[in-house]
Design a protein around this ligand. Structure first.
Ligand code: ADP
Ligand code: ASP
Ligand code: MG
Length: 406
């Protein structure tokens, strides 16, 4: 008998009708003889609605209270799905994160899972029940409710699969797998039958929100077979696996993009050792994460320094940088919130030259100006004007012939 953890995202459980459809799907699986643990998200739009309610009361609601609020979305769907299953004659039981005891650290709104007590779940499974667990939430050691960050239900599912040593973790969503790029932006995007953990990690961290990055980290660390599929259509979806050395490597497996960044520049900073840490230290002290960094070679004993942060942190970063500029005697500070980042990802890049020039040529052909560049072993990212994001993604998809079958 195999044990499968299935996760259904917001659109998949967006209405009572959809919840009934999901219940039917679960029953089909159960009839094939699988033990099932089901993780659900809040109904689509619900988490946004709750955030909006909080924002109407406070610009910066306290993390603890915000988590109490946000966790209610998933509490609704576990109850409804369990009721639907029972109505169809299947024994089911619902658990919130703290009822399972999904223990997390105490960083509210972006907590990390530390431990899962799977004792009760195993007992229920043995009794033939379908276990339904709320995604996206847990509790800290004092019992405070925590949430895992946007898209966190994916991570709940993979963490449960790891803890229960499940045979597979299936992520059901509104697309039928992982594509070469977001199929909502490029209609020629092609579904991948499989992708390596390493590539999926890059794709997720560079903006492909089909899986939360931590879910991929977990799956890779504990070797959980992970599959992305559609809850609306049949099909095998995309398997995310460890790299198989015998597999022929595609040069580029996908293109990810992200509109969530903003760029800040400090110009004419007196150039001496320690400048980078003097500029970025105060930013880090405010818990603001920096992504790309560029320091120009100095001229006239001064230098320019540019970096990007999440758009939500733009205003605070700008205030901090203005302060720093005054202290260091820099000439000027400027910023731009209307940028976007496009990245091409592929493990095959390691052994092939020329990817960067193909990328830059293609963008130049379309007159798209590159503002920043950063590379790592298996990805190249560029920052461009937000206006040209979709055009840029489509152009690169074509330039690397990603629409063609390999
Ligand atoms: P869920 O609510 O089921 O968790 P999400 O909206 O979080 O679903 O993730 C699915 C969405 O991810 C798709 O609708 C698609 O627009 C987007 N997406 C972005 N990049 C990709 C990609 N490379 N492959 C597939 N989907 C992608
Ligand atoms: N409901 C949460 C969100 O919208 C978690 C999830 O769906 O994965 O981010
Ligand atoms: Mg999601």
């Amino acid at each position: 008998m195999s044990l499968i953890v299935q996760k259904y995202g917001g659109t998949s459980v967006g209405t009572v009708e959809r919840i009934k459809e999901v219940a039917k799907k679960i029953i089909e699986y159960r009839n094939q003889g699988h033990d099932l643990v089901i993780v659900v998200s809040a109904m689509s739009g619900e988490t946004n609605r709750l955030i909006d309610l909080a924002k109407q009361l406070s610009d910066q609601p306290r993390g603890r209270e915000l988590d109490v609020l946000l966790s209610t979305g998933e509490q609704v769907t576990i109850a409804l799905l369990s009721m639907a299953l029972m109505q169809m004659g299947i024994p089911a039981v619902s658990y919130t994160g703290s009822q399972v005891r999904i223990l997390t650290d105490n960083s509210h709104n972006k907590a990390r899972i530390v431990d899962i007590n799977e004792h009760n779940l195993r007992k229920d499974l043995k009794e033939g029940k379908v276990v339904v667990v709320a995604g996206f939430q847990g509790c800290d050691e004092h019992g405070n409710i925590t949430t895992l960050g946007r898209g966190g239900s994916d991570t709940t599912a993979v963490a449960l699969a790891a803890a229960l040593k499940a045979d597979e973790c299936q992520i059901y969503t509104d697309v039928d797998g992982v594509y070469t790029t977001d199929p909502r932006v490029v209609s020629e995007a092609r579904r991948l039958d499989s992708i390596t953990f390493e590539e999926m990690l890059e794709m997720a961290s560079l903006g492909a929100k089909v899986l939360q990055i931590r879910s991929v980290e977990f799956a890779s660390k504990y070797n959980v077979p992970l599959r992305v599929l559609s809850s609306f259509t049949e099909g095998g979806g995309t398997l995310i696996t460890a790299e198989d050395p015998s597999m022929e490597q595609a040069l580029i497996s996908g293109i990810a993009f992200n509109r969530d960044e903003a760029k800040l520049t400090i110009l004419g900073v007196p150039d001496h050792p320690g400048i980078a840490s003097k500029i970025l230290g105060p930013i880090a002290a405010e818990n603001i994460e920096v992504d790309m960094i560029i320091q120009n070679t100095g001229k006239d004993a001064t230098t320019d320094f540019t970096f990007t942060v999440h758009r939500n942190d733009y205003q605070s970063a700008l205030n901090i940088l203005n302060n720093t500029a005054e202290k260091l005697g820099a000439r000027e500070v400027n910023g731009n919130e209307h940028i976007a980042k496009i990245s091409v990802v592929g493990v095959g890049m390691r052994s092939h030259a020329g990817i960067a020039s193909t990328m830059f040529d293609a963008l130049a052909q379309d007159n798209i100006n590159i503002i920043m560049i950063s590379t790592s072993e298996i990805k190249i990212s560029v920052v461009i004007d937000e206006k040209y994001l979709e055009l840029g993604v489509r152009t690169l998809h074509k330039a690397f012939k990603l629409e063609q079958d390999r």
